[in-house]
Design a protein around this ligand. Structure first.
Ligand SMILES: Nc1ncnc2c1ncn2[C@@H]1O[C@H](COP(=O)(O)OP(=O)(O)OP(=O)(O)O)[C@@H](O)[C@H]1O
Ligand SMILES: [Mg+2]
Length: 250
């Protein structure tokens, strides 16, 4: 349902994406690992049309995203939710009202049901007690959890998670990992998870790849990925400095 073909993107002289290819089928959970600054978030932003590629194709359920008009983009964004790395809560709305936003916008549910679903989603992330607080009054990790509650409550067909566990304590990180797995267990939901968190990666992935030098390399089954002999993948998994790896152009 999500496909990127040979996507290139530069910012000025900086060639960030140098031919990204990926294909995500319904029900898959693809984890993309990679060092900081390699272009993982830039890749996700292309999928929901927040950035346009210099060349290459991006398709979501047959919609050509870079060429999409406003109505088609709305369709894409309703189906594909994006958990921003920074959370991106609306500052003047309480946590509960932030989480309710996607349901209020849909205008299909009565207020009582919206409230019920929102509180259920908040409770699953241990955030119910903070429901009345404003974003400025909660910690970074709580913002992240509120943003995740907002993504999950909308029950989109696909979810792009950008560093869902960054900034969370280890216990909350595991809770989030379990939630992501639960959401995926129906087999109806497609997910793309960008992370540095190897524990999370192996807990949720049906496939794993590494974002490296502007491309996705070694997209593989988690077990095969773990056993990979690719020197860059080994360096990443073993936490070594990949600039020391032979053949690395950097
Ligand atoms: N809108 C933009 N304008 C200019 N440069 C940008 C823009 N967005 C991203 N970049 C640059 O592109 C590179 C990749 O950024 P990106 O945010 O995708 O990294 P990342 O892989 O998500 O890193 P991290 O793991 O730290 O989140 C960075 O060098 C960044 O500075
Ligand atoms: Mg990022």
């Amino acid at each position: 349902m999500i496909e990127l073909q040979d996507v290139h993107k530069s910012f000025g002289d900086f060639h960030v994406l140098r031919g990204v290819n990926l294909r995500l089928e319904k029900g898959e959970t693809l984890v993309v690992l990679g060092r900081s600054g390699t272009g993982k978030s830039v890749t996700l932003k292309h999928i929901v049309g927040l950035l346009r590629p210099d060349s290459g194709k991006i398709l979501v359920d047959g919609i050509d995203v870079p060429a999409a008009d406003a109505e088609q983009l709305r369709v894409v964004r309703r189906q594909v939710a994006y958990l921003f790395q920074t959370g991106a809560l609306v500052n003047w709305l309480s946590v509960r009202d932030n989480v309710a936003l996607p349901l209020v916008e849909k205008r299909t549910l009565p207020p009582g049901e919206i409230r019920e679903r929102v509180d259920e989603s908040l409770a699953s992330l241990g955030m119910l007690e903070a429901a009345e607080r404003m974003p400025a009054e909660i910690s970074g990790g709580m913002k992240k959890r509120a943003a995740l509650a907002r993504v999950l409550v909308a029950q989109p067909r696909a979810i792009l998670y950008d560093e869902p566990t960054a900034g969370l304590d280890p216990i909350m990180a595991r809770t989030v990992g379990r939630l992501i797995r639960d959401v995926q267990s129906s087999g109806e939901r497609t997910a793309l998870v960008v992370t540095h968190d190897l524990e999370l990666a192996f807990a949720v992935a049906t496939r794993i790849g590494l974002h490296y030098e502007g491309e996705l390399i070694e997209l593989a089954d988690p077990e095969d990925f773990k056993q990979s002999r690719h020197p860059i993948i080994r360096a990443f998994l073993d936490g070594e400095d990949d600039t020391a790896v032979e053949g690395n152009p950097r």
